[in-house]
Design a protein around this ligand. Structure first.
Ligand code: HDD
Length: 694
């Protein structure tokens, strides 16, 4: 129906005119929550133009009342996150090992909602901090919701849920002063961590480049715990879950991460949103490591211990499907904020193990949702509701939105015999817990003890250290030095280093010398570390994909730049799957050599090179001359160089590179033809020239 619009107006405080429309379709009118059409959304109701506001103004009161209650408690951990919708697609049927609905049919698709998060910071904190990243996926299967609530690191800080509140209290901002926000580099965290030998393996990961992702699209994910698959015969297969990003793993350098915190607080959130918005859908493969009790018994560590992983070289990962995220949320609050993940959301065909960390989580998440979402009916929110039918005899409660019909709210009942609806029934294919065969200790006595193998806290930490490249080892040492340098409790750094001596003497010595400490005594280990073979899969650099896919290249230009050169680089980068961002001193129009005017995507002072994976500097002599006295331009080049990025440049731009202190290497190229190749990787061999590696 054609809309008829009348042009009445109302007037705001500054005299500006707001259009009031009379539209054919009622759905487009502004109304109160009661559906009453609102004629004036600018002025409250007053007794005379200069008189007091009247209590009867229900439009004002309702608007302010609703606004007053817009916030819900943020998550205790993982408060800051970004999410997207998509699907999971199965490569091949796994019906031989599990009856789980989503793993039955080759090519079958299951809708998902995935949320990525930092752990320590509040919901308004910065994206690029050193932290673990949460990787939570809700699969809306035909037999209910399955939540795989993992991290981008395959192990965890603690072995028993009993210690989770202590870990979180220690790492979050300190109780009396309310800082630091989103950082582990402070007294209470390291006080706690240095007293917790079981945290050592995870600390190695948290101090490594894995904790500084370049993009949420470039992180791995892990289910961390051992789970069980169960097939139709009731046979159990042990399983560990892995997510692997199609774009490859990539991290930032520490200095880059710090500068990104100034350049763009929302760097990861923006990156995820923009990629999906542009149709560059992020993708991960889901992999599984499957094994049995016999294999588990052969390992020198316990598969119920979440501080241990099973190296891929010992047990290969089999990739069974892929997840594609292809739709941004419509509303951040309704979806990303209100989504309620819970490891206890599990479906027939999958079961828990006795991992004591997992067991505690099964309680915690359900419990916390009541605090956050305020009602036991949080599962009715669209983002949390299963996409398959669900029915039971739970009734009533705050914010009940369903209207169950009939009298059957109990069972057993005989209402069917009286012609009334009897309500839902138990079903033989429903979820059944499998008989537990995973415990090594079969005695089943009540006790607060840990299995003996849980006492090996250092073997896998050492394996992780040995698996890193020299650059990565240096980053790890530097991270320990940075974090411990922030600790004011005098004995804590020495205690931590005393513990690191159990991991590797060289690591401990380098951390100690980085702090300027005399090497402290080695702390007694509950169980001496054993030497395991290095696992190359644990290194990011050993697995880098040289690619421009998903990467962003900044092109710096100015008055007089060659437009054809800019277009040429852009076309090449686009054809390799990369995106281009144009940077110039003036954002809205720069006159090029051919007289044409080109708009930039960002102004130079607000678009530092930390935002890009590589940069091209397309300047003529005149442009170079003007930028030589622009510190943002010099810094643009200096940072790109220090962050080991490729810099392609015109020969006229050389004075700017020289002023920025660039030393020429393979990563510093002409614009054509070498830049596009160089831009797909970082120059790791440059690192020793730009910083003292710890
Ligand atoms: Fe947790 C949130 C991951 C141990 C208690 N956790 C939360 C989220 C992720 C993880 C990704 C955010 C989900 C989202 O995006 O909404 N947590 C983990 C992993 C763990 C782990 C991989 C160990 C392997 N967590 C853990 C333990 C406990 C919790 C041991 C408590 C005993 N976690 C929570 C929580 C949160 C949470 C307090 C905060 C908000 C929420 O659950 O919904 O209940």
């Amino acid at each position: 129906m054609a809309k008829e619009v009348s042009h009445e107006t109302s007037q705001g405080a500054g005299g500006e005119i707001h259009q009031r429309t009379e539209i054919g379709s009622r759905g487009e009118w502004l109304t109160t929550d009661q559906g009453i059409p609102v004629s004036d959304n600018q002025n409250s109701l007053k007794s005379g133009a200069r008189g007091p506001t009247l209590l009867e103004d229900f439009v004002l009161r309702e608007k302010i009342f609703h606004f007053d209650h817009e916030r819900i408690p943020e998550r205790i951990v993982h408060a800051r996150g970004s999410a997207a919708h998509g699907y999971f697609e199965l490569y091949e049927s796994l019906s031989a090992i599990t009856t789980a609905d989503l793993f039955q049919h080759k090519g079958g698709r299951t809708p998902v909602f995935a949320r990525f998060s930092t752990v320590a910071g509040g919901s308004g904190s910065v994206d690029t901090v050193r932290d673990v990243r949460g990787f939570a996926v809700k699969f809306y299967t035909q037999t209910g919701n399955w939540d795989l609530v993992g991290n981008n690191i395959p192990v965890f800080f603690i072995q028993d849920a009993m210690k989770f509140p202590d870990l979180v209290h220690a790492v979050k901002m300190e109780a009396d002063r309310g800082y630091p926000q989103a950082a582990a580099a402070h007294d209470t965290f390291w006080d706690w961590a240095s007293l917790m030998p079981e945290a050592t393996h995870m600390l190695m990961w948290a101090m490594s480049d894995h904790a500084l992702p370049r993009s949420l699209r470039m992180i791995q994910g892990f289910g961390v715990h051992t789970f069980h698959f169960v097939n139709a015969k009731g046979d159990v297969t042990f399983v560990k879950f892995h997510w692997r990003p199609a774009l490859g793993l990539q991290s930032t350098l520490w200095d880059e991460a710090l500068k990104l915190q100034a350049a763009d607080n929302d760097f990861h959130r923006r990156d995820l949103w923009e990629a999906i918005d542009a149709g560059n859908y992020p993708e991960w493969e889901l992999g599984i490591q499957t094994f049995d009790q016999h294999f588990a018994d052969s390992l020198p560590y316990d598969v119920l211990d979440p501080t241990k992983l099973i190296p891929e070289e010992v047990l290969p990962v089999r990739f069974i499907g892929r997840m594609v995220l292809n739709r941004n949320p419509d509303n951040f609050f309704s979806e990303t904020e209100q989504v309620a993940f819970c490891p206890a959301n599990i479906i027939p065909g999958i079961d828990f193990s006795n991992d004591p960390l997992l067991q505690g989580r099964l309680f915690s998440y359900l419990d916390t949702q009541k605090s956050r979402l305020g009602t036991a009916n949080f599962h009715q929110l669209p983002i949390n509701a299963p996409k398959c039918p669900f029915a039971n005899f739970h009734r009533d409660g705050m914010m009940q939105t369903q209207i169950p019909k009939g009298r059957a709210n109990y069972e057993p009942n005989s209402l069917a015999e009286h012609g009334e609806a009897a309500g839902p029934r138990e079903v033989s294919s429903g979820f059944t817990s499998v008989p537990d065969r995973s415990a090594r200790d079969e005695q089943g006595e009540k006790s607060r003890v840990r299995p003996e193998l849980f006492a090996d806290h250092y073997s896998q930490a050492r394996q992780f250290w040995k698996s890193q490249t020299p650059n990565e080892q240096s980053h790890l040492v530097s991270a320990f030095v940075f974090e411990l340098s922030k600790v004011k409790l005098t004995d804590v750094p020495a205690r931590m280093i005393g513990r690191l001596r159990n991991v590797d003497e060289e690591l401990a010595k380098r951390v100690s010398s980085g702090l300027g400490l005399v090497l402290p005594p080695k702390l007694q280990a509950a169980k001496d570390a054993i030497d395991m073979d290095p696992s190359p899969a644990l290194s990011i650099q050993k697995n880098l994909k040289p690619t421009l896919k998903g990467r962003k290249i900044g092109i710096l230009f100015a008055e007089g730049s060659d437009g054809a050169q800019i277009q040429d680089i852009r076309a090449k980068i686009n054809s390799e799957g990369g995106t281009v961002f144009l940077v110039a001193p003036k954002v809205d129009g720069t006159k090029l050599a051919d007289g044409k005017v080109l708009k930039a995507d960002g102004q130079l002072s607000g678009s530092p090179s930390v935002l890009f994976d590589a940069v091209a500097v397309v300047l003529n002599e005149q442009g170079t001359k003007s930028l030589l006295k622009e510190s943002a331009a010099v810094q643009f080049i200096a940072d790109a160089f220090a962050h080991l990025k490729a810099i392609g440049h015109t020969s006229a731009a050389r004075p700017l590179l020289d002023k920025a202190g660039v030393i020429y290497d393979n990563g510093i190229t002409d614009l054509d033809p070498t830049f596009v190749d160089a831009a797909a990787k970082r120059s790791w061999n440059r690192e020793s020239k730009v910083r003292d590696l710890a």
